[in-house]
Write a protein that binds this ligand. Structure first.
Ligand code: GRG
Length: 300
């Protein structure tokens, strides 16, 4: 099967999995459920749950088929949980107190549609519902606990929130290279780390395998965020599904503004190739490697 066709298949599979775990309508809670579901349904590429699935397959050595029903009872709740946390971060990122964006995934952002109060609550709700969802996994309790710990850590102070905080603090100022690396590895890389690590942990990987995947996820986080900076300048609103030029508008200094286009493009390729090498060393996974390389040239 061609890469693009396979990507469609995996995206549809991840999307169906994620949506199957969303909270169901309920009279008294209709607003919070509607706004939370709205934030997750439609438009996301589902890259993190796909990466979790691929990391799981890599360790299991089952690289040419989608996970079966038994595997999905273990993996599905964590895939959904990670996408809920990712979506909750996008919801909060768009709020007036952060990036003040009214468009996300080609639709009005959650706060623009439901109001700032409900937007804030939807992000809160999704973040917590993610853990309620992850707890539904049929993984062995010791593996589940370990995966849950990674999920919490990589989302919070020692992960995405830690990175976002420094990013917000330094907006309008010129960060050092170390500060930029910290921001990218945490605000963007940490959830990718969670995807790679949780997939590996649930598949029964050893500490060394999990650690190699963790490091390659950080490389992908760097590549992904630098590519995001590039797209913020070179893409269109229609293609990205969100406004372009928003970094410079709020005075954000990025890898691209510090190092320029040529070096940024080179760095995206460098970080990606390093990550692909790790996947190769762990036994190889053709589609996983193709997906990582595709991220270098992605347009949305
Ligand atoms: C609610 C836990 C929590 C945290 C809030 C606002 C915030 C703290 C963090 C923001 C982190 C952030 C927006 C990082 C940027 C990561 C990034 C490049 C997102 C785009 O990911 P894609 O392209 O998006 O995978 P889709 O829409 O395809 O899912």
């Amino acid at each position: 099967m061609e890469f693009k066709e396979k990507l469609k298949l995996y995206s549809a599979f991840a999307d169906k999995t994620v949506c199957s775990y969303l909270p169901k309508a309920d009279e008294m809670r209709s607003t919070i459920i509607e706004s939370s579901d709205y934030s997750v349904v439609n438009g996301g590429k589902r890259l993190r749950p796909i990466m979790m699935m691929l990391s799981y397959q890599l360790i299991k050595g089952k690289t040419d088929e989608l996970p079966g029903e038994e595997d999905m009872e273990i993996l599905g709740p964590f895939m959904a949980a990670l996408e809920m946390i990712h979506s909750s971060s996008l919801v909060h990122d768009d709020l007036p107190c952060m990036d003040n964006d009214t468009l996300r995934r080609g639709k009005p952002s959650t706060w623009a549609k439901f109001g700032e109060d409900m937007g804030t609550l939807a992000g809160d709700a999704l973040l917590l519902y993610a853990f309620e969802t992850a707890a539904k996994s049929k993984a062995k309790p010791s593996l589940s606990l370990n995966a849950m710990k990674v999920l919490a850590e990589k989302s919070g102070i020692y992960g995405m929130v830690g990175g976002q905080t420094l990013d917000v603090e330094l907006t309008g100022r010129k960060p050092t290279r170390d500060q930029l690396v910290f921001i990218y590895e945490n605000k963007t890389g940490a959830l990718i780390e969670a995807a790679f690590m949780i997939g590996a942990i649930l598949a029964g990987a050893g500490k060394r395998q999990t650690e190699s995947l963790r490091k390659s996820a950080l490389d992908i986080g760097m590549a992904f965020q630098i590519r995001d900076d590039i797209l913020d300048v070179t893409s269109t609103e229609a293609e990205l599904g969100k406004p372009i030029g928003s970094d410079s508008e709020i005075g954000k200094v990025t890898w691209l503004t510090v190092f320029g286009m040529a070096k940024s493009e080179k760095d995206v390729a460098k970080y990606t190739e390093r990550a692909v090498k790790t996947v190769e060393k762990l036994g190889g996974h053709e589609f996983f490697e193709e997906l990582l390389r595709y991220l270098v040239t992605r347009n949305n």
